[in-house]
Ligand binder design. Structure first.
Ligand code: NDP
Length: 249
């Protein structure tokens, strides 16, 4: 094993979360995949599937919108495995509708889950990462945070905010060996994307220059690269992983 650093992947039993957990385990991390408290059975099934691949995935519950739940998770991880060196803020939701029809509840839910949660999860681990002079925080944004998307004012606002958080915190972590980066996936083959109306999904797929939707491991490998201890010179960056569908500086 190259390293035994402790990594926490929020939403670790979801589509991209599983791909990320798998990549981090294969590079030698000890990985805690979090799940919503109501999803214990699903999490156990994912854990079993990983075990059949000889991968030892830890699972723990958290609601990332609840600051107390996040503090408790961090304490439990530390008690069981030790200090958290790698945090992947991956959990997220969509509640799409045109702005005219967007309810305040769906605005709030998306902002709380996709953006405000970054405080809840990162605050209890950041100082300890700085103290141990090593840390990797990777925040998952989206192509639609970079360019906006019809029907996603809530999601695009939250995901654009994610990279603002990364750039600011990167400046606070830099002197302490803690990097903070963003990964912005394009269309990835997960339940979230497969739940899109079929005509919209197929139209989107047809536009992807590499000719296919991404796989969760496409994102997982990018995240694992940013978490490698040799890659401490990359911080405050956004890494788009989108098959070329949106190119920018
Ligand atoms: P999934 O729906 O498969 O996974 C999302 C995960 O978030 C689920 O595992 C869910 O937990 C968890 N989650 C949701 N709400 C909470 C909460 N309040 N507290 C804790 N966990 C929560 O989605 P994806 O894997 O597709 O998405 C992962 C990330 O990638 C998201 O941030 C998404 O916005 C982003 N993304 C995805 C793209 C795609 O093409 N799929 C494209 C661009 C960005 P549980 O399983 O327990 O319900």
């Amino acid at each position: 094993m190259k390293n035994q650093r402790v990594a926490v992947v929020t939403g670790g039993i979801g589509g991209i979360g599983q791909g990320t957990s798998r990549c981090l385990l294969r590079s030698g991390h000890r990985v805690v995949a979090t799940h919503l408290p109501a999803e214990t059975e699903k999490a156990k099934a994912v854990q079993q599937a990983f075990a059949s691949e000889d991968l030892n995935l830890e699972i723990m519950p958290v609601d990332i919108t609840d600051v107390g739940s996040c503090t408790q998770l961090v304490e439990e991880v530390e008690a069981k495995l030790g200090t958290i060196s790698v945090l992947i803020n991956n959990a997220g939701i969509t509640r799409d509708s045109s702005f005219k029809k967007l309810t305040k509840a769906n605005w709030d839910a998306v902002l709380q889950t996709n953006l405000a949660s970054l405080y809840n999860m990162t605050h209890p681990v950041f100082e300890k990462m700085c103290a141990q002079k090593f840390g990797r925080v990777v925040n998952i944004s989206s192509i639609n945070g970079q360019k906006g998307a019809f029907g996603q004012t809530n999601y695009s606002a939250a995901k654009a905010g994610v990279h603002g958080f990364s750039m600011a915190l990167a400046q606070e972590g830099a002197k302490h060996g803690v990097t903070v980066n963003t990964v912005s996936p394009g269309y990835i083959q997960t339940e979230m994307v497969m739940a899109m109306p079929e005509h919209i999904r197929l139209a989107a797929e047809a536009q992807i220059p590499v000719g296919r939707v991404g796989l969760p491991e496409d994102i997982g490998r990018a995240i694992d690269f940013l978490c490698d201890e040799r890659n401490g010179y990359i911080t405050g960056a956004n890494l788009p992983v989108n098959g070329g569908i949106y190119m920018s500086f």
